[in-house]
Design a protein around this ligand. Structure first.
Ligand code: ATP
Ligand code: MG
Length: 295
């Protein structure tokens, strides 16, 4: 399902949470990456037609989000950042209840609930109370409820928060699999979560600072990623001067991965950029530009 945003701005009072966002979501798996407060939830709520932008146009599957919201809502599934459960309900009961709210017909209800439970691998937990679920199981149940009604668009807001590394990877794979059938929109502040996305945007303080593929994001750090080795005594100076991405300390020496436009030392080794490097480069660039424009 294609989504087009044109010059979308959202103001809360006189604070701009989103500033003039123009972007195109072609379909597949799409990532919304950015630090806390970047505007991800605000943007997702606008796309879920739960929030009206102050200015700008939002088209979802060829429909106007402002005027045809009710129709669009029938075609989308949404997992909010804070998803409340009824802890004493069993998984099956909870999903049946949500299916009723989503107008899934009575004849289809039971089979649909079973289908979505199977999709997120929770069928064997169907008759367990959701209050006893682990964090990962809850997130999967959250996806299951969003899948009721066979949505063409699935919007999931920070679904991997609080998951352990193994669950996180399993969850990413689940979303990638779902994106073969529906458009999946995923927000996160964890760079690795967008590795499987077909395309993504980076938001920073309400502004769109990158739009492209994961490979293109990594390429934003081409020729500026270095590995250096410095004695521990000299480390504070290096840390002050450069954006440091990772460090390892052994035998009085700090080995670091850092961003620098020129070789930081004569013996610095150039490294191939990774996704996190590109993300840091984009965010840093934007912060620098902002500081300069305020100076
Ligand atoms: N209802 C509101 N009233 C006033 N300000 C708000 C409101 N909702 C959000 N904001 C502000 O808008 C900005 C963007 O918030 P938003 O929740 O969209 O960010 P986010 O990228 O989802 O952050 P996080 O990663 O913490 O979930 C923040 O500065 C936030 O304080
Ligand atoms: Mg948020």
């Amino acid at each position: 399902m294609e989504i087009i945003l044109t010059e979308v701005t959202k103001e809360y009072g006189n604070f701009q949470a989103l500033s003039n966002i123009t972007m195109h979501i072609p379909g597949g798996m799409f990532g919304l990456l950015g630090p806390n407060g970047a505007g991800k939830t605000t943007l997702m709520r606008i796309l879920a037609t739960l929030l009206v932008p102050t200015r700008g146009k939002v088209e979802i599957g060829g429909l106007d989000a402002l005027r045809q919201g009710a129709y669009i809502r029938q075609r989308l599934g949404y997992l909010p950042q804070e998803f409340g459960f009824y802890p004493s309900l069993k998984a099956f009961e909870l999903l049946e209840y949500i299916a009723i709210l989503k107008n899934v017909s009575k004849s289809q209800r039971k089979s649909q609930v079973e289908t979505v439970l199977a999709e997120v691998n929770l069928l064997d937990q169907a008759h367990r109370k959701v209050g006893t679920f682990s964090g990962g199981m809850r997130q999967r149940l959250g996806i299951a409820q969003a899948l009721l009604g066979n949505p063409e668009l699935l919007i999931v807001d920070e679904p991997t928060a609080g998951l352990d590394p193994e669950e996180r990877i399993r969850f990413r794979n689940l979303l990638a699999r779902l994106s073969k059938k529906s458009t999946v929109l995923l927000s996160t502040h964890i760079v690795a979560d967008v590795e499987l996305c077909d395309s993504l945007v980076v938001l920073e303080r309400g502004r769109l600072v990158f739009s492209g593929s994961p490979v293109e994001l990594a390429a934003r750090a081409s020729h500026i990623v270095w590995q250096v080795k410095v004695p521990v005594e000299q480390w504070p100076e290096v840390e002050r001067r450069y954006t440091v991405l990772a460090t390892q300390i052994a035998d009085g020496t700090v080995q670091a991965r850092l961003l620098a436009s020129d070789p930081p030392q004569a013996d610095a080794q150039p490294l191939a950029p990774r996704l996190e490097d590109g993300y840091m480069a984009v965010i840093q660039n934007h912060q620098k530009q902002r500081e300069e424009s305020h100076a």
